[in-house]
Ligand binder design. Structure first.
Ligand SMILES: [Mg+2]
Length: 314
C-alpha cells in the first residue's frame, strides 16, 4: 500500500466533492424507487436533473466550495469569502438554497457578513438548519492544520449564511475530521477528532450524527437537506471499507438532496482515499477539474504555512 501525501488527499477531497455533486445532480428530489425505474443504478455523470445541468457542471455545492477555496488561495479573510459568495450570487445561479438566498440578498444590500447570516437565521425561526453551509465547508479543513484556527474559521464561514448552532457545529466537526484525514489519521481517529471539536457544543443531534454506527444500513439514513442528516451519512460513509466510487454511487442513488449529500460525502472520502480514488471517467467530466488542481496546490501551500499551536488557544 502506498502512502498518500497531504497534497493527494487535498486534491482528492476537492475532486470527490465535485464528483459527488455532479453525479447526484441528475437525481435531486427523486425517490429511490423513481431512480430505479428511470436509471436502474445511476453510475455516470450525465447531467440533467431538475435544473438541466450539463454533464460535469458544478451546482451550488461545488460553486460555493470553489468560492471558499479561492478566498483561502488569495489570503484568508471573512470579507473575501463574502465577496466570492456575492460574485457567484450576482451571476444568477440556477439553484440556490433558501437560507443562502436570504443571507446573500442582505449581504448584497450592504449588510456585514455575520449580520446577514444572523438576520436570515433569526427570520427562519429554527427552520434554518439546512446543509447549505456544510456543503461548502471543506476548504477550511484542507487549508488549516491548527485545530483552533480551523474551528474558528469553519464557524464564521458557516455563519455568513447559516448561523444556526447545528449548522455551525456540523461545519466545525466536519472540517476537523477533514483536517485530521489530510494529516493521515485513519477514519476512526479522524472521527474522534471531529467529536472532540464539537464537544463543547452539547448539541445532541450533532453528537448523535457524529456517532452514527458503521453497521447502520444506508437505507436507514435520510438524505434530506437537513444538516444533521447530511452529516450522519458522511460519518457513516467514512467508516465503510468500500471504495469512494461504490459509496458515492450508493449515496446518490438514495435521491432527495442527492447532489449536496454526494458533495459532503465525496469531500470526506476524497480526503480519506486521495485523488486516485476518483474514477477517471468522472474526473475528466468535471468542468472545475483544471481549477481544482490549481486550488488544491494553493491550499496545500497555505496549509504548510499554518503550523499547529503548541498549546490550545482559548
Ligand atoms: Mg446543488
Amino acid at each position: 500500500m502506498t502512502t498518500l501525501t497531504a497534497a493527494h488527499r487535498i486534491h482528492g477531497a476537492l475532486l470527490g466533492l465535485a464528483a459527488g455533486d455532479a453525479l447526484g445532480a441528475t437525481l435531486e428530489f427523486q425517490t429511490p424507487d423513481e431512480i430505479r425505474r428511470r436509471h436502474g443504478v445511476h453510475t455516470e455523470i450525465i447531467g440533467g436533473g431538475p435544473f438541466g445541468w450539463r454533464p460535469g457542471q458544478g451546482t451550488d455545492d461545488t460553486d460555493l466550495t470553489v468560492a471558499v477555496a479561492r478566498a483561502y488561495a488569495g489570503g484568508y479573510r471573512l470579507t473575501a469569502v463574502a465577496e466570492h459568495f456575492l460574485r457567484w450570487y450576482h451571476g444568477r445561479p440556477r439553484d440556490i438554497g433558501g437560507m443562502t438566498a436570504a443571507s446573500l440578498r442582505l449581504l448584497a444590500d450592504g449588510a456585514e457578513p455575520l449580520a446577514a447570516g444572523a438576520a436570515a437565521t433569526a427570520a427562519a425561526q429554527g427552520g434554518g438548519a439546512g446543509n447549505g453551509s456544510l456543503m461548502r465547508a471543506l476548504p477550511t479543513g484542507l487549508a488549516r492544520a491548527e485545530p483552533g484556527r480551523c474551528a474558528r474559521e469553519a464557524a464564521e464561514i458557516s455563519a455568513v449564511t447559516h448561523a444556526d448552532p447545528r449548522c455551525v457545529h456540523a461545519c466545525v466537526a466536519y472540517t476537523a475530521i477533514v483536517s485530521a484525514l489530510v494529516d493521515g489519521a485513519p477514519p476512526a481517529a479522524a472521527l474522534r477528532t471531529g467529536r472532540d471539536a464539537a464537544t463543547p457544543v452539547r448539541d445532541d443531534e450533532i453528537a448523535a450524527a457524529l456517532a452514527t454506527p458503521e453497521a447502520t444500513p444506508l437505507t436507514d439514513l435520510p438524505t434530506t437537506g437537513y444538516v444533521v442528516h447530511s452529516l450522519a451519512v458522511a460519518v457513516w460513509a467514512l467508516q465503510q471499507p468500500a471504495s469512494l466510487e461504490e459509496l458515492l454511487i450508493g449515496v446518490v442513488n438514495r435521491g432527495d438532496d442527492a447532489d449536496t449529500t454526494g458533495a459532503i460525502v465525496g469531500g470526506l472520502l476524497g480526503a480519506r482515499d486521495g485523488a486516485g480514488a476518483v474514477p477517471e471517467r468522472w474526473a475528466r467530466r468535471l468542468e472545475y477539474a483544471p481549477e481544482i488542481a490549481d486550488l488544491a496546490a494553493a491550499l496545500h501551500s497555505v496549509r504548510g504555512q499554518d503550523p499547529r499551536a503548541d498549546s490550545p488557544r482559548t
